[in-house]
Design a protein around this ligand. Structure first.
Ligand code: SF4
Length: 516
């Protein structure tokens, strides 16, 4: 109980603006019980060190139960020791974010360094006996990584600056030959929309042009309409002998992007307002060859249809209603596996992961797609409380123990950065070469690279290889990974690990005993 109070005090300080301390603390009070919120508030507004805090709570407990404080100092010492052992709130959030950012910076600055070049040179020595150019399910272009937001679930804290980039033309040409599905992704792409329009108008073989946007730009209905008018114009510029093309506008929409946050003086605002999302849906409705999809992150609401009534969805419905629009006829699908409820430990259930929603307006009806996926505890998301998101810890356990659960593949399709780096969808740090230096040769590595192939197959021998690289790091990652995919992502962050594991896979190619 004492440590729960200590936790509550730290939590209040980190997560709640002082203006709302009392409203939040009041949830602790239950009729007929002591009013603990007043004590918590008193301590929170006059911060104490952990030992003094524990002393206060102990005294209050003794007083409430009309008991006597025996061994008070020893109990306090034991509890402080226990608290420190839990490792909770050991650093402030800004410091923790800086530490995560410093690691990310080191990982990104090592991209394409000596270890990666050595790894790639070993891959180039291999012969897969197939000289044909690969064709991919999809490819991505990252025009930039920057984003002015700092969503708490974002997998990035530090992003490589990408200024004065070379002409993207050669990248688009290469993509045009190797896939029919192109995704523009990265950070906030508002400044790169002209390149997206250009891609739509000029890439003759691509049939689906997708772009992931956070909705920041839709600050007025005119701005939202403007984007779709430009998309329409770009599609119309395609000559008739080009393949037929569609555009998919993917909009981030969840409790994190639309989180209600307090500014310095405690005024509440949505990070990216729901009104922006409503404008985009309205602007996209009925546009020929354009589809809007809401891209969502799973949380405890995903366990029932309350997902479509409460939280961020509830606010979106209200906003749409004000504009004379309605969302109805929701057809959803749940995940093929049970997942653990984040705020009810031990409770498992299916989660809603996809839906088709009918959006009905005054003169047009359209379908909106909804896709909801897990958050992995990566980047800034490492600091999320486990109760805030659905993770795949059950799947991870099944995978580690070889129970072959049904799961999405690890995505190893190519991501081309505007600066020429080529990496993987599922692990932005697995460097396959630099297009501006090596040209098409980069893609010849897709079939040959044993690391890429093993990742694509979610090959469990990677567990053995990673352990052989560094047992301590392996142990740590096994404890913190929230899914097989986050394990494989974390495992490949170190360039030394990428090199070692590639070599290990080459040496153990035909050895069945190398399976865990
Ligand atoms: S989650 Fe998206 S909008 Fe939020 S900080 Fe990351 S890139 Fe920006």
């Amino acid at each position: 109980m004492v440590l729960s109070f200590l936790f509550a005090c730290h939590w209040l300080h980190r997560e709640v603006h002082p203006r709302y301390f009392s409203q939040v603390a009041e949830v602790m009070d239950r009729p007929g019980h002591a009013k603990w919120s007043s004590l918590l508030l008193m301590i929170c507004t006059n911060p104490l060190d952990d030992a003094s805090f524990i002393g206060h709570i102990l005294d209050r407990l003794v007083e409430t139960n009309a008991g006597k404080a025996e061994n008070r100092e020893k109990i306090i010492g034991d509890l402080v020791h226990k608290w420190r052992g839990l490792g909770l709130y050991a650093t402030t959030r800004p410091l923790a974010v800086r530490q995560i950012g410093a690691v990310e910076k080191a990982v990104m600055q090592d991209l394409g360094g000596p270890n990666d070049r050595e790894r790639i040179s070993r891959v180039d020595l291999l012969d897969d006996g197939d000289p044909s150019e690969p064709f991919f399910d999809k490819m991505a272009l990252i025009p930039r990584m920057a984003c002015p937001q700092s969503c708490r679930h974002c997998m990035f804290v530090w992003r490589p600056p990408m200024n004065n980039m070379p002409d993207a033309g050669p990248l688009l040409k290469s993509i045009n030959r190797q896939t029919s599905n192109l995704l523009f992704t990265g950070g906030d792409l508002t400044k790169d929309l002209n390149l997206f329009y250009h891609a739509i108008a000029t890439m003759d073989r691509v049939e689906t042009f997708a772009i992931l946007l956070n909705g920041l730009w839709a600050c007025s209905q005119t701005a939202a309409d403007h984007l779709f008018a430009n998309l329409r114009r770009s599609l119309n510029r395609r000559p008739s002998f080009f393949s037929k093309a569609d555009v998919l506008v993917q909009i981030s929409f969840d409790e994190f992007h639309q989180e209600i946050i307090a500014n310095r003086s405690g005024d509440l605002n949505e990070r990216i307002p729901v009104a922006h999302i409503a404008r985009i849906l309205i602007a996209g409705a009925g546009q020929p060859h354009c589809q809007v999809a809401l891209i969502h992150k799973q949380n405890s609401l995903n366990f029932s249809i309350q997902l479509f009534q409460k939280g961020v969805f509830g606010r979106l419905l209200a906003e749409l209603e004000q504009q004379g629009w309605k969302m109805e006829d929701i057809h959803w699908q749940t995940s093929p596996r049970l997942k653990e409820h984040p705020s009810q430990p031990g409770v498992q259930g299916g989660v809603i992961r996809e839906a088709k929603i009918l959006l009905r307006g005054p003169s047009v009806t359209t379908t909106v797609y909804f896709v909801s996926s897990c958050v992995d505890s990566l980047g800034r998301a490492e600091l999320l409380d486990p109760s805030e998101y659905v993770c795949e810890n059950l799947l991870f356990e099944d995978w580690v123990h070889g129970r072959s659960p049904p799961m999405d593949p690890f995505d190893t399709d190519p991501m081309l950065w505007r600066n020429g780096n080529v990496t993987l969808f599922g692990a932005i740090h697995v460097w396959m070469g630099n297009y501006f230096v090596e040209g098409e040769r980069v893609f010849s590595r897709w079939r040959k690279d044993p690391l890429r192939v093993a990742l694509g197959r979610l090959d469990r021998r990677l567990l053995v290889a990673h352990q052989a690289w560094n047992p301590q790091q392996h142990q740590r990652l096994m404890q913190t990974a929230t899914s097989p995919h986050s394990f494989l992502h974390g495992m490949t962050r170190n360039s030394g690990a990428r090199l070692f594991i590639t070599q290990w896979l080459l040496e153990n190619r035909d050895d069945p005993s190398s399976s865990p």
